[in-house]
Design a protein around this ligand. Structure first.
Ligand code: TV1
Ligand code: CA
Ligand code: ZN
Length: 391
Protein backbone atom coordinates (compact mmCIF):
# COMPACT_ATOMS: atom_id res chain seq x y z
CA UNK A 1 0.00 0.00 0.00
CA UNK A 2 0.97 3.59 -0.65
CA UNK A 3 -0.09 6.88 0.81
CA UNK A 4 -2.56 8.84 -1.27
CA UNK A 5 -4.13 12.29 -1.57
CA UNK A 6 -6.38 11.72 1.46
CA UNK A 7 -3.37 10.55 3.44
CA UNK A 8 -4.67 7.06 4.15
CA UNK A 9 -3.54 3.68 2.82
CA UNK A 10 -5.70 1.03 1.23
CA UNK A 11 -5.25 -2.71 0.80
CA UNK A 12 -6.28 -3.49 -2.78
CA UNK A 13 -7.05 -6.84 -4.42
CA UNK A 14 -7.47 -7.32 -8.13
CA UNK A 15 -9.24 -9.94 -10.26
CA UNK A 16 -8.14 -10.68 -13.79
CA UNK A 17 -8.89 -13.76 -15.89
CA UNK A 18 -7.19 -13.93 -19.26
CA UNK A 19 -9.86 -16.32 -20.62
CA UNK A 20 -12.12 -13.26 -20.84
CA UNK A 21 -9.77 -11.59 -23.36
CA UNK A 22 -10.65 -14.06 -26.10
CA UNK A 23 -14.44 -13.73 -25.70
CA UNK A 24 -15.98 -12.50 -28.95
CA UNK A 25 -19.50 -11.02 -29.20
CA UNK A 26 -19.21 -11.14 -33.00
CA UNK A 27 -17.31 -9.29 -35.69
CA UNK A 28 -19.03 -5.88 -35.63
CA UNK A 29 -20.30 -5.86 -32.07
CA UNK A 30 -19.59 -2.76 -29.97
CA UNK A 31 -18.62 -4.74 -26.85
CA UNK A 32 -14.99 -5.85 -26.99
CA UNK A 33 -13.93 -7.88 -23.94
CA UNK A 34 -10.29 -7.59 -25.07
CA UNK A 35 -10.27 -4.02 -23.61
CA UNK A 36 -9.97 -5.68 -20.17
CA UNK A 37 -6.85 -7.48 -21.38
CA UNK A 38 -5.53 -4.13 -22.67
CA UNK A 39 -6.18 -2.54 -19.28
CA UNK A 40 -4.43 -5.45 -17.57
CA UNK A 41 -1.39 -5.19 -19.85
CA UNK A 42 -1.13 -1.47 -19.00
CA UNK A 43 -1.59 -2.11 -15.27
CA UNK A 44 1.19 -4.71 -15.42
CA UNK A 45 3.53 -2.51 -17.44
CA UNK A 46 3.11 0.37 -14.96
CA UNK A 47 4.18 -2.07 -12.22
CA UNK A 48 0.84 -1.78 -10.40
CA UNK A 49 0.47 -5.56 -9.90
CA UNK A 50 3.17 -5.32 -7.22
CA UNK A 51 0.92 -3.05 -5.14
CA UNK A 52 -2.12 -5.37 -5.14
CA UNK A 53 -2.97 -8.92 -4.16
CA UNK A 54 -4.20 -11.00 -7.05
CA UNK A 55 -7.66 -12.44 -6.41
CA UNK A 56 -7.63 -16.00 -7.69
CA UNK A 57 -10.95 -17.79 -7.74
CA UNK A 58 -13.10 -20.34 -9.53
CA UNK A 59 -15.87 -19.44 -11.98
CA UNK A 60 -19.27 -18.80 -10.35
CA UNK A 61 -21.45 -21.92 -10.24
CA UNK A 62 -24.96 -22.30 -11.68
CA UNK A 63 -26.23 -22.32 -8.07
CA UNK A 64 -24.51 -19.03 -7.25
CA UNK A 65 -25.83 -17.43 -10.45
CA UNK A 66 -29.32 -18.83 -9.70
CA UNK A 67 -29.22 -16.84 -6.45
CA UNK A 68 -30.49 -13.98 -8.61
CA UNK A 69 -31.39 -15.42 -12.03
CA UNK A 70 -34.31 -17.62 -13.08
CA UNK A 71 -33.49 -21.34 -13.34
CA UNK A 72 -34.84 -21.66 -16.89
CA UNK A 73 -32.75 -18.71 -18.02
CA UNK A 74 -29.60 -20.13 -16.37
CA UNK A 75 -30.34 -23.43 -18.16
CA UNK A 76 -30.57 -21.62 -21.49
CA UNK A 77 -27.25 -19.82 -20.91
CA UNK A 78 -25.63 -23.18 -20.15
CA UNK A 79 -27.05 -24.74 -23.32
CA UNK A 80 -26.01 -21.96 -25.69
CA UNK A 81 -22.51 -23.37 -26.11
CA UNK A 82 -23.34 -27.04 -26.46
CA UNK A 83 -26.23 -26.92 -28.90
CA UNK A 84 -25.36 -24.00 -31.13
CA UNK A 85 -27.74 -21.81 -33.06
CA UNK A 86 -29.35 -22.41 -36.41
CA UNK A 87 -31.78 -19.88 -37.91
CA UNK A 88 -35.34 -20.98 -37.10
CA UNK A 89 -34.14 -23.87 -34.95
CA UNK A 90 -35.64 -24.92 -31.62
CA UNK A 91 -32.79 -23.37 -29.61
CA UNK A 92 -33.14 -20.08 -31.45
CA UNK A 93 -36.82 -19.93 -30.51
CA UNK A 94 -36.15 -20.82 -26.87
CA UNK A 95 -33.38 -18.22 -26.58
CA UNK A 96 -35.53 -15.38 -27.95
CA UNK A 97 -37.82 -15.68 -24.93
CA UNK A 98 -34.80 -14.74 -22.83
CA UNK A 99 -33.76 -11.91 -25.18
CA UNK A 100 -30.68 -13.82 -26.35
CA UNK A 101 -30.14 -13.55 -30.11
CA UNK A 102 -33.11 -11.22 -30.55
CA UNK A 103 -32.56 -8.97 -33.57
CA UNK A 104 -33.03 -5.28 -32.74
CA UNK A 105 -35.20 -2.71 -34.51
CA UNK A 106 -32.61 -2.02 -37.20
CA UNK A 107 -32.80 -5.73 -38.19
CA UNK A 108 -29.02 -5.95 -38.26
CA UNK A 109 -27.49 -5.67 -34.84
CA UNK A 110 -28.06 -8.20 -32.08
CA UNK A 111 -27.34 -6.69 -28.67
CA UNK A 112 -27.10 -10.04 -26.86
CA UNK A 113 -25.81 -12.59 -29.33
CA UNK A 114 -25.33 -16.26 -28.51
CA UNK A 115 -21.65 -17.12 -28.94
CA UNK A 116 -19.25 -19.95 -28.18
CA UNK A 117 -18.09 -19.81 -24.57
CA UNK A 118 -20.93 -17.53 -23.42
CA UNK A 119 -21.69 -19.46 -20.23
CA UNK A 120 -18.02 -19.80 -19.32
CA UNK A 121 -17.61 -16.02 -19.82
CA UNK A 122 -20.58 -15.31 -17.51
CA UNK A 123 -19.25 -17.70 -14.87
CA UNK A 124 -15.83 -16.06 -14.96
CA UNK A 125 -16.86 -12.39 -14.72
CA UNK A 126 -19.51 -13.21 -12.10
CA UNK A 127 -17.00 -15.37 -10.19
CA UNK A 128 -14.64 -12.39 -10.07
CA UNK A 129 -17.28 -10.05 -8.62
CA UNK A 130 -18.42 -12.67 -6.12
CA UNK A 131 -14.86 -13.33 -4.94
CA UNK A 132 -14.27 -9.58 -4.71
CA UNK A 133 -17.40 -9.22 -2.52
CA UNK A 134 -16.19 -12.06 -0.27
CA UNK A 135 -12.75 -10.47 0.04
CA UNK A 136 -14.36 -7.21 1.21
CA UNK A 137 -16.66 -9.07 3.62
CA UNK A 138 -13.64 -10.82 5.14
CA UNK A 139 -12.31 -7.33 5.94
CA UNK A 140 -8.88 -8.39 4.71
CA UNK A 141 -8.99 -5.81 1.92
CA UNK A 142 -10.32 -2.26 1.58
CA UNK A 143 -10.80 -2.14 -2.20
CA UNK A 144 -11.47 -5.02 -4.61
CA UNK A 145 -11.35 -4.58 -8.41
CA UNK A 146 -12.95 -6.57 -11.27
CA UNK A 147 -12.79 -4.65 -14.55
CA UNK A 148 -14.48 -7.55 -16.39
CA UNK A 149 -17.63 -7.17 -14.27
CA UNK A 150 -20.23 -4.42 -14.07
CA UNK A 151 -22.91 -5.94 -16.32
CA UNK A 152 -25.70 -3.76 -14.96
CA UNK A 153 -28.54 -4.40 -17.47
CA UNK A 154 -29.04 -8.17 -17.01
CA UNK A 155 -32.45 -8.99 -15.48
CA UNK A 156 -33.88 -11.92 -13.50
CA UNK A 157 -34.87 -13.88 -16.62
CA UNK A 158 -33.53 -11.90 -19.57
CA UNK A 159 -30.33 -10.70 -21.14
CA UNK A 160 -30.23 -6.99 -21.95
CA UNK A 161 -27.75 -4.44 -23.27
CA UNK A 162 -24.78 -6.81 -23.81
CA UNK A 163 -25.28 -8.23 -20.28
CA UNK A 164 -26.33 -11.84 -19.58
CA UNK A 165 -25.58 -12.41 -15.90
CA UNK A 166 -25.87 -9.51 -13.46
CA UNK A 167 -22.65 -9.90 -11.48
CA UNK A 168 -23.40 -6.65 -9.63
CA UNK A 169 -26.67 -7.91 -8.13
CA UNK A 170 -24.97 -11.20 -7.20
CA UNK A 171 -22.07 -9.34 -5.52
CA UNK A 172 -24.43 -7.00 -3.63
CA UNK A 173 -26.47 -9.99 -2.39
CA UNK A 174 -23.21 -11.50 -1.07
CA UNK A 175 -22.23 -8.20 0.61
CA UNK A 176 -25.68 -8.04 2.28
CA UNK A 177 -24.78 -11.22 4.20
CA UNK A 178 -22.13 -9.18 6.06
CA UNK A 179 -23.03 -5.50 5.74
CA UNK A 180 -26.30 -3.87 6.79
CA UNK A 181 -26.45 -1.30 3.99
CA UNK A 182 -24.80 -1.34 0.55
CA UNK A 183 -24.53 1.68 -1.73
CA UNK A 184 -24.42 1.17 -5.51
CA UNK A 185 -22.98 4.00 -7.67
CA UNK A 186 -23.11 3.77 -11.46
CA UNK A 187 -21.11 6.19 -13.65
CA UNK A 188 -21.59 4.21 -16.87
CA UNK A 189 -23.24 6.49 -19.50
CA UNK A 190 -26.25 4.14 -19.49
CA UNK A 191 -28.81 3.83 -16.71
CA UNK A 192 -28.15 0.95 -14.28
CA UNK A 193 -31.64 -0.51 -14.77
CA UNK A 194 -30.98 -4.16 -13.85
CA UNK A 195 -29.48 -3.26 -10.48
CA UNK A 196 -32.09 -0.58 -9.72
CA UNK A 197 -34.94 -3.02 -10.44
CA UNK A 198 -33.41 -5.83 -8.36
CA UNK A 199 -33.34 -3.62 -5.24
CA UNK A 200 -36.20 -1.23 -6.06
CA UNK A 201 -38.10 -1.99 -2.81
CA UNK A 202 -35.11 -2.63 -0.54
CA UNK A 203 -34.16 -0.32 2.32
CA UNK A 204 -30.73 -2.01 2.57
CA UNK A 205 -29.50 -1.07 -0.90
CA UNK A 206 -29.41 2.42 -2.35
CA UNK A 207 -28.79 2.64 -6.10
CA UNK A 208 -27.48 5.84 -7.69
CA UNK A 209 -27.08 6.17 -11.47
CA UNK A 210 -25.63 9.08 -13.41
CA UNK A 211 -26.44 8.67 -17.10
CA UNK A 212 -27.19 10.20 -20.47
CA UNK A 213 -30.96 10.56 -20.83
CA UNK A 214 -31.79 11.70 -24.34
CA UNK A 215 -34.54 10.61 -26.72
CA UNK A 216 -34.17 6.91 -27.72
CA UNK A 217 -30.95 6.44 -25.73
CA UNK A 218 -30.80 2.99 -24.13
CA UNK A 219 -32.53 1.95 -21.86
CA UNK A 220 -35.61 3.92 -22.87
CA UNK A 221 -38.02 5.24 -20.23
CA UNK A 222 -35.63 4.53 -17.36
CA UNK A 223 -33.58 6.79 -15.12
CA UNK A 224 -35.84 9.80 -14.61
CA UNK A 225 -35.32 11.95 -11.49
CA UNK A 226 -38.86 11.06 -10.45
CA UNK A 227 -38.01 7.34 -10.20
CA UNK A 228 -37.12 7.13 -6.51
CA UNK A 229 -37.87 3.52 -5.52
CA UNK A 230 -40.99 1.91 -4.05
CA UNK A 231 -42.26 0.71 -0.65
CA UNK A 232 -39.41 0.35 1.85
CA UNK A 233 -37.08 1.36 -0.97
CA UNK A 234 -38.65 4.80 -1.41
CA UNK A 235 -35.98 7.50 -1.89
CA UNK A 236 -33.35 4.75 -2.10
CA UNK A 237 -33.22 4.81 -5.90
CA UNK A 238 -31.46 7.95 -7.13
CA UNK A 239 -31.34 9.02 -10.76
CA UNK A 240 -29.29 11.82 -12.27
CA UNK A 241 -30.19 12.18 -15.98
CA UNK A 242 -27.93 14.27 -18.20
CA UNK A 243 -27.97 15.69 -21.71
CA UNK A 244 -25.07 15.33 -24.12
CA UNK A 245 -21.75 17.08 -23.63
CA UNK A 246 -21.41 16.95 -19.83
CA UNK A 247 -17.83 17.97 -18.97
CA UNK A 248 -15.72 17.36 -15.83
CA UNK A 249 -16.62 20.58 -14.08
CA UNK A 250 -20.36 20.27 -14.69
CA UNK A 251 -20.37 16.55 -13.78
CA UNK A 252 -18.64 17.15 -10.46
CA UNK A 253 -20.97 20.04 -9.71
CA UNK A 254 -23.60 17.28 -9.48
CA UNK A 255 -21.61 14.19 -8.43
CA UNK A 256 -19.88 15.54 -5.32
CA UNK A 257 -22.82 17.25 -3.56
CA UNK A 258 -25.16 14.37 -4.40
CA UNK A 259 -22.76 11.64 -3.26
CA UNK A 260 -21.89 13.58 -0.07
CA UNK A 261 -25.58 13.76 0.78
CA UNK A 262 -26.06 10.07 -0.10
CA UNK A 263 -23.22 9.11 2.27
CA UNK A 264 -24.69 11.35 4.93
CA UNK A 265 -28.27 10.07 4.85
CA UNK A 266 -27.74 6.40 3.89
CA UNK A 267 -24.50 5.63 5.81
CA UNK A 268 -23.52 2.58 3.76
CA UNK A 269 -21.22 -0.08 5.21
CA UNK A 270 -19.98 -1.06 1.72
CA UNK A 271 -19.92 0.64 -1.69
CA UNK A 272 -20.15 -0.99 -5.12
CA UNK A 273 -19.13 1.28 -7.98
CA UNK A 274 -19.75 0.51 -11.66
CA UNK A 275 -17.10 2.46 -13.56
CA UNK A 276 -18.33 2.10 -17.16
CA UNK A 277 -15.88 3.88 -19.46
CA UNK A 278 -18.55 4.96 -21.96
CA UNK A 279 -19.09 8.21 -20.05
CA UNK A 280 -15.64 9.30 -21.27
CA UNK A 281 -15.22 11.85 -24.04
CA UNK A 282 -15.07 10.31 -27.52
CA UNK A 283 -16.95 7.11 -26.70
CA UNK A 284 -18.46 5.24 -29.66
CA UNK A 285 -21.90 5.03 -27.99
CA UNK A 286 -22.01 7.69 -25.27
CA UNK A 287 -22.00 11.46 -25.77
CA UNK A 288 -20.75 12.81 -22.47
CA UNK A 289 -17.41 14.64 -22.38
CA UNK A 290 -15.53 13.46 -19.29
CA UNK A 291 -11.75 13.29 -19.22
CA UNK A 292 -10.01 10.31 -17.63
CA UNK A 293 -9.10 12.59 -14.71
CA UNK A 294 -12.76 13.61 -14.32
CA UNK A 295 -13.96 10.01 -14.46
CA UNK A 296 -11.30 8.92 -11.97
CA UNK A 297 -12.20 11.77 -9.61
CA UNK A 298 -15.49 9.96 -9.07
CA UNK A 299 -13.49 6.93 -7.92
CA UNK A 300 -11.16 8.92 -5.67
CA UNK A 301 -14.13 10.77 -4.19
CA UNK A 302 -15.92 7.52 -3.26
CA UNK A 303 -12.62 6.07 -2.01
CA UNK A 304 -12.07 9.03 0.30
CA UNK A 305 -14.89 7.93 2.65
CA UNK A 306 -12.83 4.89 3.68
CA UNK A 307 -15.81 2.52 3.29
CA UNK A 308 -15.09 -0.96 1.79
CA UNK A 309 -15.21 -0.42 -1.97
CA UNK A 310 -15.86 -2.77 -4.90
CA UNK A 311 -14.79 -1.33 -8.27
CA UNK A 312 -16.31 -2.87 -11.39
CA UNK A 313 -16.04 -2.20 -15.13
CA UNK A 314 -19.02 -2.01 -17.47
CA UNK A 315 -19.41 -0.22 -20.80
CA UNK A 316 -16.74 1.56 -22.78
CA UNK A 317 -16.55 1.37 -26.55
CA UNK A 318 -13.47 3.35 -27.55
CA UNK A 319 -11.18 0.68 -26.22
CA UNK A 320 -7.92 2.62 -25.90
CA UNK A 321 -9.74 5.25 -23.78
CA UNK A 322 -11.33 2.60 -21.55
CA UNK A 323 -8.10 0.68 -20.96
CA UNK A 324 -6.20 3.88 -20.10
CA UNK A 325 -9.02 4.93 -17.76
CA UNK A 326 -9.23 1.66 -15.83
CA UNK A 327 -5.44 1.53 -15.50
CA UNK A 328 -5.42 5.07 -14.09
CA UNK A 329 -8.29 4.19 -11.72
CA UNK A 330 -6.36 1.15 -10.52
CA UNK A 331 -3.52 3.54 -9.62
CA UNK A 332 -6.03 5.81 -7.84
CA UNK A 333 -7.32 2.81 -5.84
CA UNK A 334 -3.76 1.95 -4.79
CA UNK A 335 -2.98 5.60 -4.12
CA UNK A 336 -0.05 5.89 -6.52
CA UNK A 337 0.80 8.57 -9.05
CA UNK A 338 1.61 7.18 -12.49
CA UNK A 339 3.42 8.76 -15.41
CA UNK A 340 1.40 10.05 -18.37
CA UNK A 341 3.71 8.30 -20.87
CA UNK A 342 2.35 4.90 -21.79
CA UNK A 343 5.10 2.29 -21.28
CA UNK A 344 6.25 0.14 -24.19
CA UNK A 345 4.10 -2.99 -24.03
CA UNK A 346 2.18 -5.46 -26.18
CA UNK A 347 -0.77 -3.13 -26.92
CA UNK A 348 1.09 0.19 -27.14
CA UNK A 349 0.16 0.74 -30.81
CA UNK A 350 -3.47 1.22 -29.76
CA UNK A 351 -2.46 4.50 -28.10
CA UNK A 352 -0.82 6.14 -31.13
CA UNK A 353 -3.88 8.35 -31.72
CA UNK A 354 -3.50 9.78 -28.22
CA UNK A 355 0.23 10.38 -28.61
CA UNK A 356 1.08 7.44 -26.32
CA UNK A 357 -0.25 9.44 -23.36
CA UNK A 358 -2.63 8.06 -20.74
CA UNK A 359 -4.63 11.32 -20.52
CA UNK A 360 -6.05 12.25 -23.92
CA UNK A 361 -7.76 15.60 -24.57
CA UNK A 362 -11.57 15.90 -24.36
CA UNK A 363 -13.65 16.99 -27.37
CA UNK A 364 -13.37 20.79 -27.40
CA UNK A 365 -16.03 21.09 -30.11
CA UNK A 366 -18.70 19.21 -28.15
CA UNK A 367 -21.00 21.73 -26.48
CA UNK A 368 -22.34 21.01 -23.00
CA UNK A 369 -26.08 20.70 -23.66
CA UNK A 370 -26.83 20.83 -19.94
CA UNK A 371 -27.80 24.40 -19.05
CA UNK A 372 -26.95 25.79 -15.62
CA UNK A 373 -30.64 25.92 -14.77
CA UNK A 374 -31.20 22.29 -15.87
CA UNK A 375 -28.34 21.13 -13.65
CA UNK A 376 -29.41 23.28 -10.68
CA UNK A 377 -32.97 21.97 -10.97
CA UNK A 378 -31.90 18.31 -11.23
CA UNK A 379 -29.46 18.62 -8.33
CA UNK A 380 -32.00 20.39 -6.15
CA UNK A 381 -34.72 17.76 -6.77
CA UNK A 382 -32.31 14.89 -6.07
CA UNK A 383 -31.04 16.53 -2.85
CA UNK A 384 -34.60 17.26 -1.75
CA UNK A 385 -35.59 13.59 -2.30
CA UNK A 386 -32.57 12.50 -0.26
CA UNK A 387 -33.44 14.81 2.60
CA UNK A 388 -36.64 12.75 3.02
CA UNK A 389 -34.36 10.09 4.55
CA UNK A 390 -32.98 12.46 7.19
CA UNK A 391 -33.87 11.41 10.71
C1 TV1 B 1 -24.13 -5.75 -32.83
C2 TV1 B 1 -23.30 -5.10 -33.72
C3 TV1 B 1 -24.79 -5.04 -31.85
C4 TV1 B 1 -23.10 -3.72 -33.63
C5 TV1 B 1 -25.30 -2.90 -30.78
C6 TV1 B 1 -25.69 0.52 -29.33
C7 TV1 B 1 -24.63 -3.65 -31.75
C8 TV1 B 1 -25.12 -1.54 -30.73
C9 TV1 B 1 -23.76 -2.99 -32.65
C10 TV1 B 1 -25.84 -0.79 -29.72
C11 TV1 B 1 -24.23 -0.95 -31.63
C12 TV1 B 1 -27.21 -0.35 -28.11
C13 TV1 B 1 -30.43 -0.58 -28.03
C14 TV1 B 1 -31.64 -2.08 -29.71
C15 TV1 B 1 -32.89 -0.86 -28.61
C16 TV1 B 1 -31.57 -1.52 -28.36
C17 TV1 B 1 -22.05 -2.96 -20.60
C18 TV1 B 1 -34.00 -2.82 -29.56
C19 TV1 B 1 -23.07 0.93 -32.49
C20 TV1 B 1 -22.98 -1.96 -20.06
C21 TV1 B 1 -25.96 -1.40 -24.05
C22 TV1 B 1 -26.55 -0.53 -25.14
C23 TV1 B 1 -24.96 -0.68 -23.17
C24 TV1 B 1 -27.63 -1.26 -25.86
C25 TV1 B 1 -24.29 -1.61 -22.20
C26 TV1 B 1 -28.21 -0.48 -27.03
C27 TV1 B 1 -23.55 -0.93 -21.06
N1 TV1 B 1 -26.56 0.76 -28.35
N2 TV1 B 1 -23.59 -1.67 -32.55
N3 TV1 B 1 -26.79 -1.31 -28.93
N4 TV1 B 1 -33.09 -1.70 -29.79
N5 TV1 B 1 -29.36 -1.19 -27.50
O1 TV1 B 1 -30.48 0.62 -28.18
O2 TV1 B 1 -24.39 -0.08 -20.32
O3 TV1 B 1 -22.52 -0.12 -21.56
O4 TV1 B 1 -24.03 0.40 -31.59
CA1 CA C 1 -25.09 5.10 -15.14
ZN1 ZN D 1 -22.96 1.73 -20.87
Amino acid sequence: SQSCPDGAKRRVCYYYDRAIASVDYGEHHAMIPRRVDMAHALIRSYGLLRDMDRLRTRPATAEEISGFHDGGYVGLLQDVTSEGFKAGGEMTHRAKGFNVGEVSEDHVSIDNPPFAGLWDYCQRYAGGSLAAARALASEEVDIAINWSGGMHHACHKTASGFCYVNDIVIAIMELLRHFRRVLYVDIDVHHGDGVETAFIDSNRVMTVSFHQRTKDFFPKERGFVSHVGVGKGQYRAVNVPMNKGMNDEAYHGMFKPIMSKVMDVFKPEAIVMQCGGDSLSGDRLGHLNLSIAGHAQCVSFMRSFGTPLLLLGGGGYTINHVAACWCYETAVAIGKEINDDIPVHCYDMYYESQGYKLHYPVDKKLKNNNTDSYMAQTKSTVLQNLSELEA
